[in-house]
Design a protein around this ligand. Structure first.
Ligand SMILES: Nc1nc2c(ncn2[C@@H]2O[C@H](COP(=O)(O)OP(=O)(O)OP(=O)(O)O)[C@@H](O)[C@H]2O)c(=O)[nH]1
Ligand SMILES: [Mg+2]
Length: 252
């Protein structure tokens, strides 16, 4: 079954986007399952069909190894890889036509340690996509936007899978601001013009960073979405279907 992994910096809206998109799909009678891969999460905005917390318990790790919360989270992230057989079995048992995977809160625990790419490679051989979230509020100034481009390129460099770029929490910004950010992704000249308005050192560094990323050839269009209003879900799904099924529905 095709699968998508939701990735983004801490608090960028991964879990709520996973919840909202799955509800949106269910309304159009699509058979979807959700996997929670965040061992440290206490409360989720959805009920997962597969839950890593059944296999990896952060509280237990703190006690057993005398670790603090951060050390335990790092160990937990590494241990996820050992549970790949259990997770695969549970995912297969869920028997859905599309699987949404919500990844650990701190992106680096998934993207920048060995377990994340291992899981993405091993969980299925079927088509997969990564969804990288740009938090709209954070990304509203060009300096932060360019930093986020950099992070998304770093994620791409870890997974080498089709990557969709989403502007999350759009309901929190005026429509004009959302359009401005989306335009930065569609039109490098618009981003360059905004960067020119930054002051001194910030301007130089952001400009060079932007050019360096452009040279990597990683072009993307940000898709504005809101997990609160469901704005943009249809646009997002069109892109996802194109990657995972060649434009077909998941469930007929
Ligand atoms: N207004 C608004 N708030 C949102 C949206 N998506 C997420 N949030 C809020 O942003 C906060 C973080 O959302 P989460 O979905 O927990 O983000 P996350 O990336 O899973 O966070 P961690 O896993 O803890 O790193 C919560 O307070 C959400 O209610 C959105 O589309 N609109
Ligand atoms: Mg989360």
């Amino acid at each position: 079954m095709p699968i998508m992994f939701v990735i983004g910096t801490a608090g960028s809206g991964k879990s709520l986007f996973t919840a909202a998109f799955s509800e949106w799909l269910k309304m159009s009678k699509q058979d979807v399952a959700i996997v929670n891969l965040d061992p440290g999460v206490l409360k989720l905005p959805y009920s997962p069909d597969v839950d890593i917390r059944n296999y990896v318990d952060v509280g237990d790790l703190m006690e057993k190894y005398g670790l603090g919360p951060n050390g335990a989270l790092i160990l937990a992230a590494d241990l996820i890889a050992d549970e790949i057989e259990n997770v695969t079995r549970d995912v297969e048992a869920a028997n859905a036509d599309l699987v949404l995977v919500d990844t650990p809160g701190q992106m680096e625990l998934f993207a920048f340690r060995a377990s994340g790419p291992y899981i993405v490679n091993e969980l299925t051989k079927e088509p997969k996509a990564l969804v990288y979230l740009f938090d709209a509020v954070f990304s509203a100034n060009p300096q932060n936007y360019v930093s986020n481009m950099f992070l998304s390129a770093a994620v791409y460099n870890r997974f080498f899978q089709p990557q969709i770029h989403v502007l999350s929490k759009c309901d929190l910004l005026p429509k004009k601001e959302v359009e401005k950010i989306a335009d930065w992704s569609a039109n490098p000249k618009a981003l360059e013009d905004s960067i020119e308005q930054l002051e001194g050192g910030k301007r130089l560094f952001s400009r060079n960073m932007m050019r360096a990323i452009s040279q990597l050839g990683l072009r993307f269009m940000l898709i504005p979405v809101s997990a609160k209003s469901n704005q943009g879900m249809n646009n997002f799904n069109i892109t996802l279907e194109r990657i995972l099924t060649g434009g077909e529905k998941y469930t007929y």
